[in-house]
Ligand binder design. Structure first.
Ligand code: MIG
Length: 714
């Protein structure tokens, strides 16, 4: 064991010879410490860590896993998996997010930097024991100490580096569906949004646009004239975002396949031949994204899309998902043939059925192909969780070059900590279930803790049939999430905001407009979180220590100003909300807003389908603007302010060009607004460097529900 310290005081315990995972960049200085958690190293090659849990301890983090904000009482695994059924017993989904905080009388954060399987039993088998099984003995353990949960999260964000930043248009509303089968159908979606005056930032293109599921190909039959189509929509500020899958189709004459073979870019089987498995295109090879020249090569292929005007992509199936390999499907087919005509006993029947049912994503597949990691070959299993991470790194490198340093939208399904630098993630194939809306709420702060800021779930649910009430409720929450995308699976009920009748259409439209109204705030909070290593979404318990705050798992702070408390159950006309302090309930109805001061405590508040509500914290200010059909058409000329001022409130509205990487050099606009309560009036001070803001309209409420309106020309 070796020990190090990082500049911000984080302690590192190095066991064995860990593989570089691209997660932590901070410089390590040698220093001696006592072990904080003493792993035991087992003969089977695993390492075990055990943390005793006190009754009051809570466990936070673990990113995109299912379960609560408090992770106690469940088992989780880090092993990126294409798991299309997010039911309660599932332990692993698409991400490997190995950061968590144990919080009770004291708080401590831990990051296990290891690229293969880790199993967390958080007080499941034994109530008071947190048992961690690491499937290897070479890893770094980071111990992050601090006085508060916010301090620990912040220190962790510092050592993993700043999250990916999309262009400002990435914060708009996106429509998506697997099964928009041709240009005409996509155009119809675009036109229907227009006719109904529902804002639309872009449309995601799923597998349907490709020629035979081939990466970097466009179907001539279904998407002829792709470039003109892309450019035409873009003129109006509407972007198309095509999908790219991890596997490259094995097909003679197909350029990506041929180049991949020639350049030795594919993962190898045990005999050193390109590894073959089957996914959407049938047989595929997987690019070996662990090799730098493969990252560069694959990244450069995105040119086929960027040259048509594309400025955003989504990377899918990069766990990597495998439907079957030849050996396993042959075995299944052979046992079916052998059983033909036989009187099978029930167990043989189940065996046969399972042979087919369990073909996808078998453990043995991941042990049977290899990556070049430095100078050695490692089985995918040994470095499994880095595959999607490096695919997204490859796309990031490629797009940055191809788009001349312009920002782009890039999201990935699989991820591990470190990938947050290169792209965002969506939370995969959820369903149109109320419990999955609830899960979406719980995931936001956990994902933030692990560095994933540009994230959101498929609004309305991916699998199963959505219906009007559910879509509206989902939007009432997801209009706050940085990635806002309504996506659904082929074969399910369509769930565009206009398909469920007039009322749902109007309500959805108002909610999407509310997103555009709040965009300056959402963007500002996103950028400040990135720049200052802060969480954008926080559980209430990060600031309040009372029992009700700790249990409030369906309410979140967004920045320091807002608290959100969405309705996530059917047939409700409102909900109980816990206010840990005095706040103002803000309701947007159409273009008007109403404000009401609420005392600290539990309230039953009405929240109807035509409402949009959030809570403004005491002594806080939020900005908003008039909505528009997309970011290109937004104007900040008149900035509007809602403020709840008891004594003094201040807000710094961050803005920048929204398209370049200039923000990294600190090129930004700042509008600092300070409101102080004087004897009989409010004193307003504005310090503004944003040339696009010409006037500010204030609505200020005090603790006695008195409202004042003011206007300032700049
Ligand atoms: O096997 O591309 O999570 O968003 O629509 C399914 C089709 C493959 C999984 C993604 C989903 C996408 C779907 N993909």
């Amino acid at each position: 064991m070796k020990t190090f310290i990082l500049e911000n005081g984080v302690k590192v315990f190095q066991y064995g010879e860990p593989i570089d995972t691209d997660a932590v960049y901070a410089e390590k200085l040698k220093q001696k410490f006592d072990e904080k958690l003493k792993p035991s190293f087992k003969e089977d090659g695993k390492a075990i860590i055990n943390i005793e849990l006190e009754k009051e301890d809570m466990v936070y983090g673990l990113g995109g896993n299912l379960g609560g904000i408090n992770k106690r009482g469940r088992v989780y695994q880090s092993y990126c998996t294409d798991e299309p059924s997010h039911t309660e017993e599932k332990t692993t989904l698409y991400g490997a997010h190995n950061f968590f905080i144990v919080s009770g009388k004291t708080h401590c954060g831990y990051f296990i930097d290891f690229p293969s399987r880790i199993k967390y039993d958080v007080g499941f088998s034994t109530l008071d024991s947190f048992n961690i099984e690491i499937f290897g003995q070479d890893f770094n353990l980071y111990v992050i100490e601090g006085e508060t949960l916010e301090e620990i999260s912040s220190k962790f964000l510092q050592i993993i580096g700043k999250p990916y930043v999309p262009p400002k248009w990435g914060f708009g509303y996106f429509q998506s569906r697997w099964g928009y089968k041709n240009k005409e159908e996509v155009l119809e979606v675009y036109n229907t949004f227009k006719e109904n005056k529902i804002p639309l930032e872009g449309i995601y293109l799923d597998l349907d646009y490709m020629d035979n599921f081939k990466d970097f190909s466009i179907s001539k039959e279904r998407f002829d004239g792709f470039k003109d189509f892309v450019e035409k929509l873009k003129k109006d500020g509407t972007y198309l975002i095509p999908i790219i899958d991890a596997g490259v189709k094995v097909e003679k004459g197909y350029d990506v396949y041929e180049e991949g073979i020639k350049g030795d870019h594919f993962c190898k089987d045990k005999d050193g031949k390109p590894y073959t498995a089957a996914v959407w295109p049938g047989q595929v090879h997987f690019p070996d994204f662990f090799k730098e020249d493969t990252q560069k090569w694959f990244g450069s292929k995105y040119k086929l899309l960027t040259k048509s005007g594309i400025e955003g992509v989504w990377n899918d199936m990069n766990e990597p998902a495998i439907f079957y390999d030849q050996k396993s499907i042959d075995e299944a087919i052979n046992s079916a043939i052998e059983s033909k005509g036989k009187n099978m006993d029930v167990f043989s029947f189940f065996d046969l059925k399972d042979k087919f049912a369990n073909l996808a994503n078998k453990d043995e597949y991941y042990k049977s192909f290899y990556h070049q990691v430095g100078n050695t070959m490692k089985s995918n299993d040994e470095v499994h969780n880095l595959y999607g991470h490096y695919m997204t790194k490859s796309a990031n490198i490629g797009l940055k070059k191809l788009l001349d340093d312009k920002r782009f939208v890039l999201i990935s399904r699989a991820s591990s900590i470190g990938m947050h630098k290169y792209g965002g993630i969506w939370t995969g194939d959820n369903c149109s279930f109320w419990s999955h809306l609830d899960q979406n709420i719980k995931n936001m702060p956990s994902l933030n803790m692990c560095g994933f800021f540009y994230t959101g779930a498929d609004t309305g649910g991916f699998g199963n049939d959505c219906y009007g009430e559910m879509l509206v409720r989902w939007l009432q929450f997801s209009v706050f999430t940085p990635l806002l995308r309504n996506h659904s699976a082929i074969g399910c009920q369509n769930q565009e905001p206009y398909v469920f009748g007039k009322e749902v259409k109007e309500n959805s439209k108002n909610l999407i407009k509310a997103r555009y109204r709040l965009l300056p705030y959402i963007y500002s909070e996103y950028m400040k979180s990135v720049n200052n290593y802060k969480l954008m979404f926080k559980p209430l318990s990060f600031e309040y220590e009372d029992e009700l705050a700790k249990q409030a798992e369906d309410q979140l702070f967004l920045g320091n100003e807002l608290m959100i408390a969405p309705v996530h159950k059917p047939n409700h006309k409102g909900r109980y909300v816990y206010l840990p302090q005095k706040m103002v309930e803000v309701s947007f109805k159409g273009d008007c807003e109403s404000l009401a001061v609420k005392d600290c405590g539990i309230h039953y508040l009405s929240y109807e389908l035509e409402d949009f509500k959030f809570f403004l914290r005491k002594n806080s200010i939020i900005p908003h603007i008039n909505p528009a059909m997309n970011v290109k058409h937004l104007s900040q000329e008149t900035l509007k302010i809602i403020a709840y001022v008891d004594s003094e409130a201040e807000y710094n509205l961050y803005d920048d060009d929204g398209i370049s990487h200039q923000y990294q050099q600190g090129n930004s606009f700042n509008t600092n607004i300070k409101i102080t309560r004087g004897n009989d009036d409010f004193i307003i001070e504005v310090d503004n460097s944003n040339p696009s803001i010409k006037e500010i309209e204030f609505t200020i409420i005090d603790s006695s529900n008195n409202i004042k309106n003011k206007k300032i020309k700049l």
